[in-house]
Design a protein around this ligand. Structure first.
Ligand SMILES: [Zn+2]
Length: 267
């Protein structure tokens, strides 16, 4: 099947740039049509402006970031801290999946430091699962499709789960050649650079992303900058060995042997 389409589904404006944008850019280079969706508007991301103003500022920033990534922008369907695993959001996300018909879904880790991220992950997984089920109604209603989709989970923030346990990637993507563009897309979220310094003590917004990508590069022992991924179990999605990132990215994709060994050990 020739549907070379990928969608990144993040929780907040800038999450795609932090965890997934390098891979999205590499897929673009490999001939994929790419899509950009943050489920939440980012309305809580300011101590200076009210929710409506912040939502509007962040919408403009996210659209600029998507443009830098040359990805199709989809508007958010919720507000911050309101990404609940709910039927309403599931129906809305199922409609987007049915329109986009992705071969690859990039989304958050099932384990992560905040619930908006983990709920985004759960919603993305179920919306992808429901792509071909006519008796599940999307909102708005969209025709179902019969095609394979592979879901990949990004690294959690801080490379550990909410119980502080380390999470290692199942595979690395070499993002070195697109790092500048990824950084440029992150820099489009201008309102967040000062805000995160205040709220989370990150001394630099751009450096936080840079540190993570260099750390993953070091872990790969091959690439300078990298993003890490874990592939969702295939049942209901695709073939057991289907790994379209490997196919699309070739030498820029590296299976993490340490992760494969941990799978065999069952931990
Ligand atoms: Zn987030």
């Amino acid at each position: 099947m020739a549907n070379k389409v990928a969608i990144a589904i993040g929780a907040h404006p800038d999450d795609i740039e932090f965890y997934m944008a390098g891979t999205l850019l590499m897929l673009k280079k490999a001939g994929y049509q790419t899509h950009y969706l943050n489920l939440a508007s980012g309305n809580c991301g300011s101590a200076d402006y009210n929710g409506a103003t912040t939502r509007s500022i962040r919408n403009t920033e996210a659209r600029a970031a998507a443009k830098t990534l040359a990805a199709s922008f989809h508007p958010p369907i919720a507000d911050d801290l309101e990404i609940i695993y709910s039927l309403e959001l599931l129906r809305a996300l199922a409609a987007i999946i049915r329109e986009v018909k992705p071969k690859i879904v990039l989304t958050h880790s099932p384990q992560d430091y905040m619930e908006d991220h983990t709920n985004t992950c759960r919603l993305a997984v179920t919306a992808a699962f429901a792509r071909g089920m006519p008796n599940f109604r999307s909102s708005p209603g969209r025709p179902v499709g019969d095609y394979e989709v592979t879901v990949y989970h990004a690294m959690p923030h801080g490379l550990c789960d909410q119980l502080r346990r380390r999470v290692i990637p199942g595979a690395f993507v070499n993002t070195t050649s697109v790092h500048r563009t990824r950084r440029e897309a992150l820099a489009a979220h201008k309102s967040q650079q000062g805000w995160l310094d205040v709220s989370q003590g990150l001394n630099s917004y751009l450096l936080a992303m840079e540190d993570m990508s260099l750390e993953l590069g070091r872990m790969s022992k091959r690439f300078k900058h990298a993003e890490g991924w874990r592939r969702h179990l295939h049942f209901g999605f695709c073939g057991a060995d289907t790994d379209p990132l490997a196919k699309a990215l070739g030498k820029n994709y590296l299976i993490n042997k340490a992760y494969e060994r941990s799978l065999e050990r069952g931990n």
